[in-house]
Design a protein around this ligand. Structure first.
Ligand code: BTN
Length: 253
């Protein structure tokens, strides 16, 4: 069933804009922010034709099967890099709320259930000259996607994990409520510790494909801005600000 705008109106406390089909909810939210949208404003779409993923990847959202939501956050230059923690924690809470278990956050902000990706987060900072207007926090959650090919082993959805149907409007309302909650904790130790304690990456032997770098080692810690620290064989520590992590057992590396 398509998302009902009327039900969103009833269940969502935040200002929102709903679209049956858009290129990307993050684009609409960026424009809205440039035109004065306030903290907590939400853009929701049933379908995204050109959704964006991390690191330049495409994130296609077919109609009827997922959540595609972008929330506007009043982040500062100092805490903007923590926005993705807000998104990952909100999705983590959503998974718990619907009754899922074996939930973890794979650094930096993928939420996994039984080791398979159920959600991705894409924060995009919006600048006017050298002034940060805010961050558009894009969140995609798989609800009943049919995965094919190699995705079958690495991706999952809420309904396939749960074995029963869920109401997307209820899920959006709860997700946005949790984004609002965690956003109040930007810059706090509580936010960072909550995110860190839900990470399933720490302590693992990993390969990190970063920007112009590939590091093989052990994920030992994270910094307050989200940077991952990798200890390599020679004992040195390498900070990684952005990248893709895979477990070393899945790679020869
Ligand atoms: C990832 O690569 O894991 C991040 C995916 C983020 C997808 C969401 S869906 C809503 C918002 N709009 C977009 O175009 N992307 C984000």
């Amino acid at each position: 069933m398509i998302i009902s705008e009327e039900l969103l109106q009833q269940k969502l406390n935040n200002p929102f804009r709903y679209f049956a089909s858009v290129d990307s909810t993050n684009d609409i939210a960026q424009d809205w922010l440039r035109n004065g949208a306030k903290q907590g404003s939400v853009v929701i779409a049933d379908e995204q034709r050109k959704g964006r993923g991390r690191r330049g990847r495409t994130w296609y959202t077919p109609p009827n099967v997922a959540l595609a939501v972008s929330v506007i956050l009043n982040a500062s230059p100092e805490n903007a890099s923590q926005s993705s923690m807000v998104g990952a924690l909100a999705v983590y809470d959503l998974c718990e709320q619907v009754g899922l278990s074996h939930i973890g956050i794979k650094w930096p902000n993928d939420v996994q259930v039984r080791g398979k990706k159920i959600s991705g987060v894409l924060p995009e900072a919006v600048w006017e000259g050298d002034k940060l207007l805010g961050v558009v926090l894009g969140i995609g959650v798989n609800i009943r996607n049919q995965f094919e090919g190699e995705l079958v082993d690495i991706a999952t959805s809420i309904e396939s994990e749960l074995g029963q149907a869920v109401d997307r409007v209820d899920l959006i309302a709860y997700l946005v409520e949790r984004v609002d909650f965690w956003a109040t904790k930007l810059s706090s130790d509580d936010l960072v510790q909550s995110w860190k304690s839900r990470l399933n990456t720490l302590g693992q032997a990993v390969v990190v494909e970063g920007i112009n770098q590939r590091i093989v080692g052990q994920a030992v810690d994270v910094e307050t801005n989200g940077t991952l620290l990798i200890k390599t064989e020679d004992g040195s520590i390498h900070p990684v600000m952005a990248g893709d992590v895979s477990l070393r057992t899945q790679n020869e590396g």
